[in-house]
Design a binder for this molecule. Structure first.
Ligand code: ADP
Ligand code: ZN
Length: 578
């Protein structure tokens, strides 16, 4: 319906334009010279006049026999008509203007009215857009998800089970005087299944699911966001029990001090206030729960987190190896697949989110379909794994010059060797010099160990692995021949070094102070911090150079093998390094 209306507005605009052009043109045509009444008299006497057009205006239009036209004052005498008629002049009385003149004005007026009507209707529609979203969701009710659709995330599911029970039976909790949360915040990395969990809560409880995203409120007209929130709650309440889901709540509920401009954002504040008002406006017996999702809990305005608002916070973390195995199995379930070593895939996919795992399985299925294969094989998974991490291989690579390939070979071998030597627990699963469509000239895949925290020596070694590419280039080709291929590595290095010094309390300048917590003072620390980062990275780079120089034979061996085979897998690398 909305679409048709958008489209409809074109018609009145076109007709309005055309009629306007018409009106302007005819009014230009009407511009005839004005002559004095005595000239008219003369013309009349010399029988030069063929037609006179009169209307109620003070002018009448004269058309001469030779086609010339002019206007002159209408004397409004009763005899004028008779005089003219006696002279054989044709008289046209246009006291009501001819249709050809009035039609454009009428069309123009109608078009303007239509445009206005459509604009008003659309504005109204926009503020009630949520109700359309909701209708869509309520229609999906039958296909609702339950907790079986969410693999892993056991703690989050358990915590949400309470909410499900409360939704099914709010009176029970009321009887005991228990205050159940009106709002729940799910926080964690993107793609970890927050939306999925919220839908599952609604599915398990058998109540409708209404969703809205905080980003919908960004850059809308003032007042529209607040109206959407009110609409959403009105609609949800009219259906009785419900789960209201607000994705990306940080877009409206970001703490004001975190605002980059420092200025307050009126629209966002209004929306936030509407949300808080609505949340305090319904009673617990109504059985409505608001679930919000965010990637960063610490960014949210404290007003949102007070009791009676979003007072239950549930972390939805990246899956560990067991959860990954379950998620992969779940997504493989309805797809034909060979006897795959799911445990092994789970091991290789450290730090993958649920969404990334889903995409890995999906990518494998696409590859299997392209191959017309009977089922998804481990080879498909292997290719999909590289695609998910590094992008598609570039098919056309004849343009690659031999000397560039040699440079890439040494660069990637540099990463690989430093990783092998310094981080033996992070497996190097693949080194390749095949460029990807994501823009990498080649890449080295390592599978990091599952860890919830890292030690300072690990972080330093991580930086060295990153610098290994550039270091190898410098050793082999000299300082003048280093390339831009290290850009990504350098940005990764900078990130880690900065975090060590400004966030993890591992530096000298700030000691155990966290830079982002010192507020406006932090600008005075900027330069010394960068200075320290530079020193740290320089030292680590020198150590990396030394390490690679000591292992030059290995560097040459791997690089030359890479140049020949283009891709080396874990086993090939093992063989070369024994
Ligand atoms: P978020 O809301 O946290 O960004 P989503 O819930 O939108 O993440 O997850 C995106 C997709 O990833 C889901 O539709 C699902 O296919 C997959 N996914 C994520 N987490 C899981 C999980 N724990 N179990 C199964 N699938 C998952
Ligand atoms: Zn690199």
């Amino acid at each position: 319906m909305n679409k048709i209306k958008k489209y409809y507005i074109i018609f009145p605009i076109i007709t309005a334009t055309i009629s306007l052009i018409f009106i302007i043109m005819t009014s230009f045509n009407d511009k005839v010279v004005n002559k004095s009444y005595s000239i008219f008299k003369e013309d009349l006497n010399s029988d030069k006049i063929s037609t006179v057009i009169m209307d109620k205006s003070p002018k009448m239009k004269i058309i001469l026999s030779d086609g010339d036209e002019y206007s002159t004052d209408n004397p409004y005498t009763d005899t004028i008509k008779e005089t003219l008629l006696l002279k054989g002049v044709e008289i046209k009385d246009e006291s009501t203007p001819p249709l050809s003149k009035s039609i454009p004005s009428v069309v123009f007026a109608i078009s303007l009215i239509s445009i206005l009507a459509i604009v008003v209707l659309k504005a109204r529609n926009n503020s009630s857009i949520t109700s359309m979203d909701m209708e869509d969701f309520s229609k999906n009710k039958k296909a609702a998800l339950d907790f079986d659709a969410v693999a892993g995330n056991e703690e989050a599911k358990e915590s949400l089970m309470d909410i499900v029970d409360f939704l099914i039976n709010p009176e029970k909790y009321q009887k005991y005087g228990a205050r159940m949360p009106k709002g729940v915040i799910l926080y964690g990395d993107p793609g970890t299944g927050k939306t999925l969990l919220a839908k599952a809560v609604a599915g398990e409880a058998g109540v409708p699911f209404y969703a809205l995203s905080g980003s919908d409120f960004v850059q809308v007209y003032v007042g529209v966001g607040a109206a959407r929130v009110r609409n959403l709650f009105k609609k949800a309440k009219s259906h009785g029990k419900a789960v209201i889901f607000i994705d990306e709540i940080d877009a409206i509920g970001k703490a004001r001090s975190n605002d980059k401009n420092g200025s307050s954002n009126g629209e966002r504040d209004q929306t936030l206030n509407a949300l808080l008002t609505e949340m305090s406006g319904f009673g617990q017996e109504e059985g409505i729960v608001v679930i919000a999702a965010t990637n960063r809990l610490d960014m949210l305005d404290k007003a949102l987190l007070r009791p009676g608002r979003f007072d239950r916070h549930i972390e939805v973390s990246l899956p560990d190896v067991n959860a990954r195995e379950k998620i992969i199995s779940l997504h493989l379930k309805n797809k034909p697949h060979a006897n795959l070593d799911v445990k092994d895939i789970a091991k290789k996919t450290t730090y993958f989110s649920g969404a990334k795992l889903e995409s890995l399985v999906n990518e494998s299925a696409i590859l299997a379909a392209k191959d017309n294969s009977n089922c998804i094989t481990s080879a498909h998974i292997e290719s999909a794994y590289s695609i998910t991490l590094a992008g598609h291989e570039k098919k056309e690579r004849s343009y690659l010059k031999e000397e560039d390939k040699l440079l890439t070979s040494y660069h990637e071998a540099g990463h690989g060797i430093v990783s092998l030597l310094l981080l033996p627990n992070d497996k190097v699963s693949k080194i390749t010099i095949i460029p990807t469509t994501k823009g990498a000239g080649g890449y080295t895949l390592t599978i990091p160990e599952d860890r919830s925290y890292h030690r300072v020596d690990y972080l330093k070694n991580k930086i060295k692995v990153s610098l290994g590419g550039r270091a190898a280039e410098e050793i082999i080709f000299g300082k003048d021949k280093i390339s831009t291929g290290a850009e990504g590595d350098i940005s990764q290095t900078t990130d880690i070094a900065l975090k060590m010094i400004t966030e993890y309390g591992m530096g000298e300048t700030l000691g155990l102070i966290k830079l982002s917590s010192v507020g406006s003072l932090y600008s005075s620390y900027g330069n010394p911090v960068i200075e320290e980062c530079k020193m740290l990275v320089n030292t680590l780079y020198d150590e990396t150079l030394e390490l690679l120089r000591e292992n030059r034979h290995l560097l040459d061996k791997i690089a030359l093998n890479l140049l020949e085979k283009e891709t080396l897998y874990e086993d090939d690398i093992k063989e070369l390094t024994i």
